[in-house]
Ligand binder design. Structure first.
Ligand code: C5P
Length: 222
């Protein structure tokens, strides 16, 4: 097919979605936040007390989950069975459980299938953990993002603090470290840099500098 896919992977809170949204907006591509899908599934599992060790229950729950993106303004608007859950999926109960849910084979299988469908015929930017390795191994551009863990925790803390002043920097740091550990060590498509992915360490870069970096890479492709 002739559509263009840009895959952005990397550790938690590296600014993947900030870059992905900016790129999509600039290029008039569709932006897909794959993490939001795992988060919405996690919210459903929490609400319905799904036992992660019970494959039958997990498979059954997946059949009852219908996710939809409404990308009006290059922000993530996601519905879970027609309920808008974009805010709730960012809170700590979901953040603390999402990596365990995302490690489940059945869950990944279903999400990857849906993600591949979204990128079959459209120009898209998708961010996540396995986009360049598993979802779109043939993506025209793959970027693997990383940044100093302390810097990442501080950035995420600032973001979360506005809505939840009770949160502590330490709690945020622990959550990121724990998710990175779970995401890189799981058996099913762990977080790893695709061999042909370009590394972007943005510890000391502004969002504009990152966008320029990525746009230059794209220009050299087209
Ligand atoms: O991107 P975000 O931090 O919102 O993703 C939440 C979690 O979802 C990650 O920590 C990871 O466990 C999981 N995830 C994944 N594969 C993706 C995107 C997210 O396993 N493609």
């Amino acid at each position: 097919s002739s559509n263009i896919v840009i895959a952005i992977d990397g550790y938690s809170s590296c600014g993947k979605s900030t870059l992905a949204k900016a790129l999509a907006q600039k290029l008039h591509f569709i932006y897909v936040d794959s993490g939001a899908m795992y988060r919405a599934v996690t919210l459903y599992f929490i609400r319905h007390h799904v036992d992660l060790h019970d494959h039958q229950q997990v498979a059954e729950a997946l059949k009852n989950i219908h996710l939809n993106f409404h990308s009006r303004d290059y922000q993530t608007h996601i519905t879970l069975n027609d309920e808008e859950v974009s805010e709730e999926i960012r809170r700590m109960p979901v953040s603390d459980n999402v990596s365990a849910v995302a490690a489940l084979r059945e869950v990944r299988h279903e999400m990857v299938k849906q993600q591949q469908r979204m990128g079959r015929s459209k120009n898209i930017v998708m961010d996540g953990r396995d986009i360049g390795t598993t979802v779109f191994p043939d993506a025209q551009l793959k970027i693997f993002m990383t940044a100093d863990p302390k810097v990442r925790a501080e950035r995420r803390y600032k973001e979360l603090y506005e809505k939840n002043p009770d949160i502590t920097l330490e709690e945020v740091f622990e959550n990121l470290a724990h998710r990175d550990y779970q995401d890189t060590t799981r058996e099913e498509s762990p977080l790893i840099r695709a061999q042909d992915a370009i590394i972007l360490d943005n510890t000391n870069m502004t969002p504009d500098q990152q966008l320029d970096f990525a746009l230059n890479k794209i220009k050299s492709l087209l």
